[in-house]
Design a protein around this ligand. Structure first.
Ligand code: GTP
Ligand code: MN
Ligand code: MN
Ligand code: MN
Ligand code: MN
Ligand code: MN
Length: 212
């Protein structure tokens, strides 16, 4: 049969998430749904095939809906579950995170966004571990309660670009992301210093070029 491949990127990726302070999110938008997700990362130089240098690692996951996102989830609306408690609960459910060792703290909080169309607030935390620890965390994810149901596995974000300028991080950015996870990833990367704003801008430009 004849294949007729005419792909175009869906246009529902509008920037409809706007930044909001934690204060406003938890007062004015208290009645909205709230979700909280977390980025686990480490520093540690990793060179692929003696060529492509990465300054560290970031964990994301393949969700069962085919989108890429961070581990985390929806806050319980029925009682005032503290945001960071919800995050840790979801971390245990989705990636079997050992909370004795690796629990997220309120000091790991980075930013929040509100989506008025979806009546959804998203909160985002970033938490640094060591190279050895991130490996231990990755190994134990297969034993997570939600593995194979909600989440199809933890993945590393490629933090480099190959010689063509696309393969690597720019191509990764062309995945479908849940909510505003792509923005969270980009802001988290710069905030934790895994990439400079300048480096990030170059990758984003390549990504935009790639999806044209
Ligand atoms: P259930 O346990 O099945 O109810 O799911 P959950 O509690 O784990 O919720 P989920 O992680 O799917 O997050 C809830 C909503 O937040 C989703 O409908 C997405 O739109 C959005 N979302 C999911 N992952 C991310 C993410 O990494 N970042 C952001 N900003 N939003 C996300
Ligand atoms: Mn969940
Ligand atoms: Mn989830
Ligand atoms: Mn949940
Ligand atoms: Mn921390
Ligand atoms: Mn669940």
């Amino acid at each position: 049969f004849e294949q007729n491949l005419t792909y175009s990127v869906p246009d529902d990726e509008k920037k409809d998430f706007v930044p909001v302070t934690l204060e406003v999110a938890s007062t004015e938008y208290k009645s909205y749904m709230h979700a909280v997700h977390g980025m686990i990362y480490c520093f540690g130089e990793c060179i692929l095939w003696d060529r492509y240098k990465q300054s560290g690692q970031i964990l994301m996951q393949m969700r069962c809906d085919g989108m890429v996102g961070f581990p985390g989830g929806l806050m319980d609306q029925d009682y005032d579950e503290p945001i960071v408690d919800c995050l840790n609960r979801e971390m245990a459910e989705e990636i079997n995170l050992d909370l004795e060792k690796y629990k997220f703290l309120q000091s790991d909080y980075l930013l929040s966004h509100v989506n008025h169309r979806k009546k959804l607030v998203t909160h985002f935390y970033i938490h640094q571990v060591t190279e050895v620890e991130i490996r231990e965390i990755e190994f134990s994810t297969l034993k997570a309660k939600d593995w194979g149901h909600e989440t199809f596995g933890t993945i590393r974000v490629p933090l480099f670009a190959m010689d063509d300028g696309f393969r690597g991080f720019p191509v990764f950015l062309a995945n479908r992301f849940a909510g505003n996870a792509r923005d969270q990833l980009l802001q988290g990367i710069v905030k934790c210093g895994l990439l400079s704003q300048k480096e990030c801008d170059v990758y984003v430009k390549s990504f935009e070029e790639y999806i044209k």
